[in-house]
Design a binder for this molecule. Structure first.
Ligand code: SF4
Length: 159
């Protein structure tokens, strides 16, 4: 199956601070699946490096006070475009990011605090029926896609 993946988890240096966040478990997914790398913040027109940003209410604000909501939304739609083009039914995105985080994200205070919520891209993908996981909960993807719900037989592997 085709899985949309945050490019930074494959080691691409596209994070706000110019680094990647290579993750071996995510890379191993590529042995059995086709990984489609995306970086919504770059697709939205932001540069690397860039000021860190967090979701604040219904906006996304950079630490320097710039409202970057438009760039985050544009990047999310471009990621969705690729997910749909490649027929991705699942995505593995970087945890805690205001774009890619799922379930828990930074709380908008720029003080390392966390709150319940999704990144802009994770939210849009899920709204379009794509199951979003973070690198921290790959076991959920494994549980969902390794076992055929009908007869309990394993149909594909995720290590
Ligand atoms: Fe990684 Fe997503 Fe941030 Fe791009 S937008 S650097 S893919 S977490």
């Amino acid at each position: 199956m085709n899985i949309l993946v945050s490019a930074c988890l494959l080691g691409v240096c596209c994070r706000y601070n110019g680094t990647g966040e290579e993750n071996e478990a995510v890379k191993r997914l590529g042995q059995k699946h086709t990984l489609i790398p995306v970086c919504p913040e770059i697709y939205g027109g932001l540069s690397t490096p860039r000021p860190p940003a967090e979701r604040v209410g219904d906006r996304v604000m950079a630490k320097d006070g710039t409202d970057v909501t438009g760039q985050y939304e544009r990047g999310a739609w471009e990621a969705l475009r690729l997910a749909e083009y490649f027929g991705c039914t699942a995505a593995v995105l970087k945890s805690r990011s205001p774009s890619c985080g799922k379930g828990r994200i930074h709380d908008g205070t720029f003080s390392d605090g966390m709150t319940d919520g999704d990144g802009v891209t994770a939210q849009l993908l899920e709204a379009h029926g794509i199951l979003v996981y973070n690198e921290t909960d790959l076991w959920k993807l494994k549980e969902k896609f390794e076992t055929n719900e009908k007869d309990g037989q394993k149909i594909s592997g995720v290590s």
